[in-house]
Design a protein around this ligand. Structure first.
Ligand code: NDP
Length: 327
């Protein structure tokens, strides 16, 4: 079988460094799938990416059939089956939101065009670089020939963080927790929802039975975990972000376990009152390489307010990039 072409942008960055070795070892697509890596970087970081490629060679991974390093998006996405868009322009001091969106438009528009022009027909895109949901929307809007649903953004790190927080609160193992959901934007407004979560056959919300803890401790801890890690580590989370990116693509391609679901930011089909087209996080199941939104969940008042607030922020971001002519 031909190797799967996996393109990683921002390959010389922190997340890239934590991601590439695991992809090459088989963690992304399983132990029977050969991968060929394409690393995209900006010209000044190509040399560093080449250094990472040398280290990848030195691991002699049996599943790694080739590595190419380039600063040319067309080459990087040519024939790509999976694209992990990690490189983005971070917000720097004094930068207005419009400037941030514009700088990212300059990255994600040409990448969307390159994906449209040359990616394989089964391309699956995950945007990690922030603001991830809106960057995914920009890329998608410039790839009109690719099914819109193939553009997704990462909320799996938020999902994993929420499971971890809940497991320590309840004194259970992470494997005992099923059906947690992240809704909305990958930002401080995200909503980690435990009202449908199952812990060894019991409702997590019933066991917790404390809306104050949810509102004042759990939700802010999950939403602000990135800042807490910067504070403790002196650098932003990288290995856990890379791990979540692997989980996202792994489950999309290979499926979610029976009886469980995961969280992915995907183009809304209008479910749960989320306006169609915006890239918002939902609980999803994956099977046969396709995801579908979990339907029929009852959304209580506590959840509704929070989902609506995060979705409103996404609508604002969409309107802002539209006003800037980026989509
Ligand atoms: P990182 O590898 O740490 O982060 C990359 C992106 O991922 C950032 O936008 C970051 O957003 C985002 N991100 C999403 N979730 C998380 C998370 N949980 N923790 C941390 N980051 C998260 O950045 P580096 O600066 O180390 O590397 C970026 C690389 O991208 C550089 O090598 C640069 O040259 C490259 N780049 C490549 C481009 C391209 O290929 N065309 C374009 C632009 C940059 P946030 O900043 O909000 O944390």
């Amino acid at each position: 079988m031909a190797p799967v072409n996996v393109t990683v942008t921002g390959a010389a960055g922190q997340i890239g460094y934590a991601l590439l070795f695991r992809i090459a070892s088989g963690a992304l697509l399983g132990p029977d799938t050969q991968v060929s890596l394409r690393l995209l970087e900006i010209p000044q970081a190509v040399k560093a990416a080449e250094g990472t490629a040398m280290e990848l060679d030195d691991c002699a991974f049996p599943l790694l059939s080739g590595i190419e390093v380039t600063d040319d998006a067309k080459k990087a996405f040519d024939g790509a089956n999976v694209a992990l868009l990690v490189g983005a322009r971070p917000r720097t001091k004094g930068m207005e939101r419009g400037d941030l969106l514009e700088a990212n438009g300059g990255i994600f528009k040409p990448q969307g065009e390159a994906i449209n022009a040359g990616a394989a027909s089964d391309i699956r895109v995950l945007v990690v670089g922030n603001p991830a949901n809106t960057n995914a929307l920009i890329a998608q809007q410039h790839a009109p020939d690719v099914p819109a649903a193939r553009f997704t953004a990462m909320t799996r790190l938020d999902h994993n963080r929420a499971i971890s927080q809940l497991s320590s609160k309840l004194g259970v193992s992470v494997g005992d927790i099923k059906r947690l959901a992240i809704w909305g934007n990958h930002s401080a407004t995200q909503y980690p929802d435990v009202f449908h979560t199952d812990v060894n056959g019991k409702s997590a919300a019933d066991i917790v039975n404390d809306e104050t803890w949810l509102a004042e401790s759990f939700i802010p801890t999950v939403a602000k975990r990135g800042a807490a890690i910067i504070e403790a580590r002196g650098a932003s989370s990288a290995a856990s972000a890379a791990n979540a990116a692997i989980d996202h693509i792994h489950d999309w391609v290979l499926g979610t376990p029976a009886g469980d679901w995961t969280s992915m930011a995907i183009p809304s089909d209008g479910s749960y009152g989320v306006p169609e087209g915006i890239i918002s996080s939902f609980p999803v199941t994956c099977q046969g390489g396709e995801y579908s939104i979990v339907q029929g969940l009852e959304i209580n008042e506590f959840s509704r307010t929070r989902i609506d607030a995060s979705v409103a922020e996404l609508v604002e971001e969409r309107d802002a990039v539209r006003a800037l002519g980026l989509i």
